[in-house]
Design a protein around this ligand. Structure first.
Ligand code: NFS
Length: 653
């Protein structure tokens, strides 16, 4: 059964993860002689030059390696300095991350067009109110028009997100005026995503852009083409087609698997295939088939980002985040794992083989050696989903190995959106961000933090996410979450109104009054754009400055690993947000490029990067920034008064 050579030195499973279910499966994998990512990550010793981005392989005169300890001592064969090399490497990371999200967004738009043109019958326009809202936000007149007329115009408009060669992307109309003016002044308003990614790649070729300040402008432009472009298109159109989420109770962790059911996990990023599976599993024919093979029924659960999206929209149970996708197969209970694109580890293939699980790829852009490919086609979703169901049911009927499912399962409230936050605070008729701003101005809420992103086997899974968020809410910082970070906190029980007492006195008072958790889950990684829209609404509501950079907010991806995370971080920074990354950062301290990202951009009126590995240190870096912004806004005194009031009140009680 062994999938690889066992590792030489092992640390205890609980040192690799704070998720007890994942630790239990890691122990089982070791007993079974199967090597999974959490141990592979421990064994891998990263290249000390690569980890600081001090090498260049953009041409074949090298690869050139510079000395990270003395980065200005040497240059590449072409004469490239360390600043050029790091900036070009960072640029290519951001280009890849932005390309991934834009590719996803383009496919969502294609599906929307196919629905509007009548080529796809199995999906429809679900949320017409959101359709009108989004159309209006990009300047489309909706009065007196039919739904499909508006939708058609929206297709034409949003297509520019990707295909524009000039002009400004449609969703930049949503950017606060002062922020947009700064982008215009610096020439970084994104035009079309394909143009931005192409230009950035071209400028990183040997002998092209060799001035790190100039290159950083195009890095920002390409990242903005992600956040205000492809990712925003993906979120908004997914809401229109599949329904805008609203708070819903859902279960998280491996205990959502059921031994007596046919278990199918869907893991990836594009919601269409998952929506297709959701429709297919309620087909009585397959339920009867499953029962005929001795199962109690079919159990469909999600993982990672499309899992987070389906949990938010439909309350579909979620089995775990990126760090648990191999471990969950070790249960032996997964009859099929169905994947589409992004964050799908190739290692799943060998682990699935060890446990006789069907690993099924469904997207033409992502095949995996050793997996079965059954292509999903939106025009005929049942062709793919029926084959998957048949395979999963047949595997259940011939399960040959013992099943061990961890017991852990945690209920939480998911599915917050920009629209719901507005409604929750302002009511149906006067939906508004003013109550949120008022609570920030009076100091009950100190500020807002976005905590997002991956897990990374370089650190104990989930530990940095959970400790960081605990510290933030304790200090009255309202936390917005997406993706794998949201799942980490959901497993730890923070996404329920009952978690309010974990917050500081001001935040817990607001949570108790409104009946909301101190940690709001917004969905998948592309749904980080919900944070951009919420932040823009805060600026518009007034009292917290004119640009996004004025807000008392901060962001963090404490256990990041992907290039998409870097693109997200850079679009937050370029939008005006202080963004801290855990784990490490691919630049060398003391270099000019590092200083530009970590200081210079803020001096130019943008946000800036920060980096630290200790969660408490990260929390206090974010809080210090929030306090700095409060001071600049002149609302620092209000908070001091509020807190005195609160403790006075407790003394009286
Ligand atoms: Ni986003 Fe990281 Fe992947 Fe989602 Fe999870 S790993 S950058 S959170 S699943 S995209």
């Amino acid at each position: 059964m062994a999938s690889d050579k066992p590792i030489k030195k092992q640390v205890s499973a609980s040192e690799r993860t704070i998720c007890e279910a994942t630790a239990q499966m890691l122990e089982k994998a070791r007993r079974d002689g199967v090597l999974i990512d959490l141990d592979r990550g421990y064994e891998m010793k990263p290249c000390p030059i690569g980890v600081e981005s001090a090498c260049c392989k953009h041409c074949y005169m090298g690869p050139c390696r510079l000395n990270p300890r003395d980065p200005y001592k040497k240059v590449g064969v072409c004469g490239a300095t360390i600043d050029t090399i790091m900036a070009r490497n960072f640029a290519r990371n951001v280009a890849t991350g932005s390309a991934s999200h834009n590719d996803h967004g383009m496919h969502i738009l294609k599906l929307f067009k196919d629905i509007v043109d009548g080529h796809v019958k199995d999906f429809a326009i679900e949320d017409t109110i959101k359709l009108e809202r989004v159309a209006k936000s990009v300047g489309i007149e909706v009065e007196g028009k039919e739904v499909y007329e508006v939708a058609k115009e929206l297709c034409v408009e949003l297509d520019k997100t990707f295909s524009n060669v000039d002009g400004e992307m449609p969703f930049t109309k949503r950017v606060p005026k002062a922020t947009l003016e700064q982008w215009r002044k610096d020439g970084i308003v994104p035009r079309g995503a394909m143009r931005e990614v192409m230009e950035l790649m071209s400028r990183t070729h040997i002998g092209c852009d060799q001035e790190y300040n100039n290159l950083t402008k195009q890095i920002s432009r390409t990242a903005l083409a992600d956040g205000w472009g492809g990712s925003m298109v993906a979120t908004e159109l997914s809401d229109i087609m599949f329904g805008t989420p609203s708070p819903t109770v859902a279960e998280v962790n491996m205990g959502v698997l059921k031994e007596e059911y046919v278990n199918i996990i869907v893991h990836g990023h594009e919601p269409a295939m998952f929506e297709g599976m959701l429709a297919a599993v309620s087909d009585q024919f397959y339920i009867d088939e499953a029962k005929a093979r001795g199962a109690a029924g079919i159990n469909l659960v999600g993982m990672c980002c499309s899992g987070a999206e389906m949990m938010s929209r439909h309350g579909v149970p979620h089995a775990g985040n990126f760090g648990s996708t191999e471990a969950v197969i070790v249960t032996g209970a997964v009859d099929a794992m169905v994947v589409d694109i992004q964050c799908i580890k190739q290692g799943l293939s060998s682990v699935a083989k060890c446990y006789d699980t069907h690993l099924i790829t469904t997207n033409p852009r992502c095949h995996i050696e050793g997996a079965t490919h059954i292509e999903f086609e939106e025009r005929d979703p049942r062709d793919c989903t029926d084959q998957i169901l048949a395979k999963a049911i047949s595997r259940f009927g011939s399960r040959s190995m013992p099943v061990e499912i961890p017991k852990q399962v945690q209920k939480g409230v998911h599915g917050f959106t920009h629209e719901y936050i507005e409604y929750m605070l302002g009511g149906t008729f006067r939906g508004s961000y003013s109550p949120l701003n008022d609570n920030i101005i009076n100091g009950r809420i100190r500020g807002v933090a976005g905590v997002v992103g991956c897990t990374n086997p370089k650190v104990q899974q989930d530990s940095v996410h959970v400790a960081l968020v605990r510290e933030l809410i304790k200090n009255d910082v309202l936390v917005l979450q997406t993706g794998c970070s949201q799942i980490a906190l959901a497993k730890a029980g923070f996404l329920t109104p009952e978690a309010a007492p974990l917050a500081g006195p001001g935040l817990s008072e607001v949570c108790e009054t409104v009946g909301m958790p101190p940690v709001l889950g917004l969905g998948s990684c592309v749904d980080n754009t919900r944070i951009l829209i919420a932040a823009s609404a805060m600026v518009e509501a007034g009292g917290l400055g004119n640009s996004l950079a004025d807000l008392p907010v901060a962001g963090c991806a404490p256990e990041w690993m992907s290039e998409k995370a870097l693109a997200i971080g850079q679009y937050f920074v370029a939008s005006g947000v202080y963004t801290v990354f855990g784990i490490g950062f691919p630049t060398i301290k003391g270099t000019k490029f590092h200083d530009l990202l970590f200081n210079g951009l803020e001096q130019q009126g943008y946000g800036k990067w920060g980096s630290a590995s200790d969660p408490i240190e990260i929390a206090h870096m974010m809080i210090a920034h929030i306090d700095k912004k409060r001071k600049e806004l002149g609302i620092d005194k209000a908070r001091e008064r509020t807190l005195v009031d609160m403790s006075d009140r407790r003394d009286i009680a």
